[in-house]
Design a binder for this molecule. Structure first.
Ligand code: SF4
Length: 192
């Protein structure tokens, strides 16, 4: 079988591994995830293209590496409903609502009306104790944002990996909220 040519950006998956490992040892590293959050949007706004998704996204590269190179993916087609606008836009709105909720939680801690919760919440439901990764070294709201943002990043990474296992390697990219947002920006820029 013909080997796919490897480029430097094919190894950006390493950043995903480093990011989650750093957040395991110290939650404040979760703030670095904002890079992955804003870069796709900046690319789409600046260039009007999905260049970031196509080449430079660490998560996209991680799913490609695990699914295609390592063979962990069943490589089946996703159900049609998962590719449809209703699900993709609905998931994006849900994700943005959860992001807003996380910001509201940070705001409450900032104003002292809520206590810092040293947990990582998976699938917006299950609280996993994570106090071992925080030594009280900073303002509580700074830590609250980190716990909340790491929860979103870890939840979406697990969803991405599960989708990779069951369907094609980069099936997560079909309904990734960042991908949906960049697609909308590109369409708006192209006047479609
Ligand atoms: S769709 Fe999401 S996970 Fe996929 S490459 Fe784009 S930003 Fe990365």
């Amino acid at each position: 079988m013909k080997q796919q040519k490897q480029h430097w950006y094919n190894y950006l998956w390493i950043w995903s591994v480093i990011y989650f490992a750093m957040g395991f040892f110290h939650i404040l590293f979760a703030w670095l995830g904002l890079i992955s959050f804003f870069l796709p949007l900046a690319f789409a706004i600046g260039k009007g293209s999905k260049g970031f998704c196509n080449r430079y996204c660490d998560r996209g590269q991680l799913l490609r590496m695990l699914g295609s190179q390592k063979g962990f993916s069943r490589k089946k087609d996703m159900p049609e409903w998962m590719k449809g606008k209703f699900f993709r836009y609905g998931f994006m709105l849900f994700f943005l609502a959860m992001f807003g909720n996380m910001l509201f939680g940070t705001y409450q801690v900032f104003h002292g009306v809520a206590n810092l919760r040293e947990v990582v919440t998976l699938f917006w439901t299950f609280d996993v104790p994570w106090q071992f990764a925080y030594g009280g070294a900073t303002e509580p709201w700074v830590a609250q944002f980190a716990f909340g943002f790491y929860s979103l990043m870890l939840t979406s990474a697990i969803l991405g990996i599960l989708t990779m296992l069951f369907y094609k390697p980069r099936s997560w990219c079909v309904y990734c909220p960042m991908g949906t947002m960049t697609q909308l920006i590109c369409k708006a820029k192209a006047g479609r």
